[in-house]
Design a protein around this ligand. Structure first.
Ligand SMILES: CC(C)(COP(=O)(O)OP(=O)(O)OC[C@H]1O[C@@H](n2cnc3c(N)ncnc32)[C@H](O)[C@@H]1OP(=O)(O)O)[C@@H](O)C(=O)NCCC(=O)NCCS
Length: 251
């Protein structure tokens, strides 16, 4: 097992946060399977390729450390709740394992979550520079009022906090953004993360455990786990130039 990827015990959800690699090392590219490699190669911007590579290589390494094989041996499932399209898409899972996984990438950072506790959704978002067009789409009316009461300088960070919390919930359930985030109400950014309401949601459903995750300056992240309460453990990791996973030194 890698020293930077511990085994995740029952009742815990671990989240790994990493900067996208600066230089895509061949060692990391080799971890991807043919489908991931093809998707990687379709991305036009080098920054997007680096982000995709980092997220999928890290997910494979995190999963392999739990399952006991090599990262290239990990097999994924994909479940879409909304359509019958046959090509793999929708919420990712691990073939032959009840461990739950999620990944997210934004700007120059990625987040990978894994838990034995229940379905998990992680979301990382770079703080929105211009959020004006998005507030109606993402926020419930009471959240828009809360946002408008804040000083202007605090609004982008607060908006992004709402957004990450909501998307984490929608990724845990597997709905994704097919369900409007404005139907969900979450706690205000200055309060502990919680899902307060979900209009038009079919009952019954499992309890949603929502947690903020420190994603560093300029980013907001959250993780949601469905089921019993669970402890969230965060790991900051990074890659050396040769593709070795390390704990980065800060400062
Ligand atoms: C999935 C979705 C929530 C991702 O949001 P995002 O902010 O763009 O991207 P993130 O980086 O946070 O997450 C991306 C990852 O979420 C995962 N994902 C995809 N669909 C998912 C779902 N339904 N539930 C949970 N996770 C999902 C994948 O691992 C994906 O990684 P990849 O694109 O590198 O393979 C969003 O793109 C979405 O819901 N799209 C809707 C797609 C759609 O309309 N489908 C129609 C029905 S078929």
């Amino acid at each position: 097992m890698s020293p930077v990827i511990p085994r995740v015990p029952a009742g815990e959800c671990h989240v790994w946060i990493a900067d996208a690699v600066r230089v895509p090392s061949p060692a990391l590219l080799e971890l991807l399977d043919a489908r991931e490699r093809a998707r990687h190669d379709t991305l036009v911007r080098a920054q997007d390729r680096a982000l995709y590579l980092t997220a999928h290589a890290l997910l494979r390494q995190v999963a392999a450390a739990q399952l006991g094989g090599g990262p290239r041996e990990v097999r994924f499932t994909h479940v879409c709740r909304h359509c019958e399209r046959t090509e793999p898409h929708g919420k990712p899972g691990l073939e032959g394992s009840s461990l739950e996984i999620s990944l997210s990438h934004s700007g120059g950072r990625v987040a990978v979550a894994l838990s034995p506790a229940g379905p998990v959704g992680v979301d990382i978002e770079q703080v929105a520079r211009d959020m004006r067009d998005l507030t109606e789409v993402v926020l419930a009316p009471e959240e828009r009022e809360e946002l408008e009461r804040l000083a202007e300088a605090g609004r982008p960070g607060a908006f992004t906090r709402y957004w990450a919390r909501k998307e984490a919930v929608l990724k845990a359930t597997g709905d994704g953004l097919v369900v409007s985030p404005a139907l969900l109400t979450v706690s205000p950014p200055w309060a502990p993360a919680a899902l307060l309401a979900w209009r038009e949601r079919a009952e019954p459903h499992r309890p949603v455990r929502l947690h903020d995750v420190d994603a560093g300056d300029g980013y907001r992240a959250a993780v949601a786990v469905l089921g019993a309460p669970c402890r969230v453990v965060r790991h900051e990791v990074g890659y050396d130039g040769d593709g070795t996973l390390v704990r980065p030194r800060r400062g």
